[in-house]
Design a protein around this ligand. Structure first.
Ligand code: GLV
Ligand code: MN
Ligand code: MN
Ligand code: MN
Length: 414
């Protein structure tokens, strides 16, 4: 090993600003939804930076992107670090990009210092973590661990009506210099840096969260189908109004099901109304329900309650109800040895840290099925995320990258 590697904080901040310009929104956030032209542009930018540093570029059939800095023993499974580059439609500039670019900064800092690691280190950028355009979320990491139905996804259409398979092919073709590799190559460990997306670290004044696990998520898509009719002439007893049924059910979810358990989180984030005309009783109302809970049993029980409330409301309003599960991610724990490595890295760097469980889901929870995995959180202002106003201080960005570098060095060996 030559000089001890050092995070170049101004370079990392500049990279974050450069990526925030790709798909930038007027309010200061980003709209870089999975497999869109802007997602492709961000992937291109990362690949160009990788070429400039002489790193290897690989992608698999679901467009997971890997930037590789070879180790002295290329036969060993690599250490993976990284996150995602796709965003919510009104996303912030840090969710995903921070972890991907902190990981890339680790590779660059090793290169600057001519450090030779025993294991290769790869920056992973997982495809479609967010799940806002194509559902479910975490498609890339899910496929990587053999839990996703890649063939079944091909003919799915995004919320914008575009076919998944077409966008995937365009994304793969946008990086002709990438070497194609099979999905799910073997990995020795995975570490993901991410913003906390909640208020705990900021409130307690601690710069690093060591994530010991992730709560569970279920997504449902529920449609109520009634009969389109004239808004002015249809008396109450003739109305088969799916909107009445939907708002009746949603009120029960918000006012009865969620308050019954302080750990439950239920969110109705998307609703479509057909035919969507001011003076037509709708024929169909479709909405999503995002359910989170740290305990698997409670998650399933809440899902059952949601479905039961929808049935009751559909009967009351004489409409049909159809329920489909779109995402099912059981709560999970991260690897104790990696958690301890991060803890030790914080001690060596004299950085205070605390353990916490993630309220958001992450690709790391899937990768944990095939390799020892854990996550490093940094605070975000007011705990705000999935919002263009997302903000992380430069000091916390630098600290997160330093902890990642230190942890990666322990995992990759010198
Ligand atoms: C991930 O973006 C989540 O919704 O937890
Ligand atoms: Mn994220
Ligand atoms: Mn997100
Ligand atoms: Mn996420």
């Amino acid at each position: 090993m030559n000089a001890y590697p050092k995070i170049n904080a101004p370079r990392l901040l500049q990279r974050i600003a450069d990526f925030a310009a790709v798909g930038a929104t007027p309010a200061g956030g980003v709209n870089r939804q999975a497999l869109s032209a802007d997602d492709r542009a961000a992937r291109r930018l990362l690949a160009e930076l990788a070429v400039a540093r002489g790193f290897g570029i690989y992608q698999d059939a679901v467009a997971n992107l890997f930037i590789r800095r070879g180790g002295s023993d290329p036969s060993l499974p690599p250490v993976l670090i990284g996150s995602h580059l796709d965003s919510q439609p009104t996303g912030g500039r840090f969710d995903g990009a921070l972890g991907t670019l902190s990981a890339f900064e680790v590779l660059e800092s090793l290169e600057d210092a001519d450090v030779v690691t025993e294991r290769s280190i790869e920056v992973a950028s997982w495809t479609n973590e967010e799940g806002s355009r194509f559902s479910p979320g975490c498609m890339g990491s899910m496929a990587f661990v053999g839990a996703g139905d890649i063939l079944g996804w091909q003919d799915m259409h995004g919320v914008d009506g575009v076919r998944f398979g077409d966008e995937l092919a365009a994304t793969l073709n946008a990086l002709p210099e990438a070497v194609t590799r099979p999905i799910g190559h073997s990995v020795s460990a995975f570490v993901e840096v991410h913003i906390e997306q909640g208020p705990v670290l900021e409130r307690t004044g601690v710069p690093i969260g060591i994530v010991t696990g992730v709560q569970g998520t279920k997504w449902l898509e529920i449609s109520f189908t009634g009969e389109a009719a004239h808004a002015g002439t249809t008396p109450l007893e003739f109305r088969r109004d799916p909107m009445a049924a939907a708002i009746g059910a949603i009120a029960r979810l918000q006012q009865v099901v969620m308050p019954a358990d302080p750990l439950a989180r239920l969110t109705v984030g998307r609703m479509t109304v057909e035919p969507s005309s001011v003076n037509v009783i709708p024929s169909k109302v479709t909405f999503t329900v995002d359910i989170r809970h740290p305990e698997e049993g409670m998650l399933s029980s809440i899902e059952a309650q949601v479905i039961a409330e929808c049935r009751v409301s559909s009967e009351r309003h004489m409409v049909d109800v159809h329920t489909e599960r779109r995402f099912d991610l059981a709560p999970g724990k991260f690897d104790k040895a990696i958690v301890d490595l991060i803890d030790n890295a914080c001690e060596r760097l004299n950085v205070s840290s605390m353990k916490l469980v993630s309220g958001a889901f992450h690709d790391a929870l899937f990768i944990a099925r095939v390799a020892p995995t854990a996550m490093i959180f940094v605070p975000c202002r007011d705990g705000i995320s999935h919002n263009e106003a997302e903000f992380v201080t430069p000091e916390n960005i630098e600290t997160g990258a330093k902890v990642l570098l230190e942890t990666t060095l322990s995992l990759a060996g010198g």
